[in-house]
Design a protein around this ligand. Structure first.
Ligand code: TYD
Length: 134
């Protein structure tokens, strides 16, 4: 789900964009960012059992591919005002369309490797078994 951040500013002095817990629907426990990647870099290739995240690209141009096991969807983060919410149970791949693009992420949980699913077949098994069904 795309989130458009509230923004203040003008071209003569620049802009400030922001969001708070209430704008994204979960409390933030961790922030991380990825940078210094050449054009064409692909990262991600994993899903999360419980983690909820919001990703944004404050500089550059990055495509995110979101896959729920049935539908694959592409979202391009090429403006600093755009955020993308990534829920649990979504396989995610990222492609750097422009070198030096920066991907920032705010996450609902502390880092926990056991929350990752890094194997696509295992992800599909979880989907089939209804792991994320309410
Ligand atoms: P990973 O999530 O696999 O990165 P990407 O999805 O961009 O390919 O993380 C890369 C490495 O960094 C991996 O060894 C786990 C580690 N890591 C942490 O230690 N803490 C963190 O908060 C994150 C996101 C990753």
């Amino acid at each position: 789900m795309i989130v458009k951040f509230k923004t203040h500013g003008q071209p003569s002095s620049g802009y400030l964009s922001f969001f708070e817990d209430s704008d994204i629907g979960f409390p933030i426990k961790r922030v991380y960012y990825t940078y210094g990647a050449p054009q064409g870099t692909k990262r991600g290739f994993h899903a999360h059992k419980e983690l909820q995240q919001i990703a944004w690209c404050p500089y550059g141009d990055i495509t995110l591919i979101l896959d729920n096991g049935i539908i694959r969807e592409e979202v391009r983060l090429d403006k600093p005002t755009l955020g993308l919410k990534i829920g649990k149970g979504i396989w995610c791949e990222m492609i750097w369309n422009k070198a030096e693009s920066v991907l920032c992420v705010a996450a609902s949980m502390h880092y926990d490797e056991s929350d990752y699913i890094r194997n696509y077949d295992e992800f599909l098994r979880h989907v089939k078994e209804g792991y994320w069904n309410d």
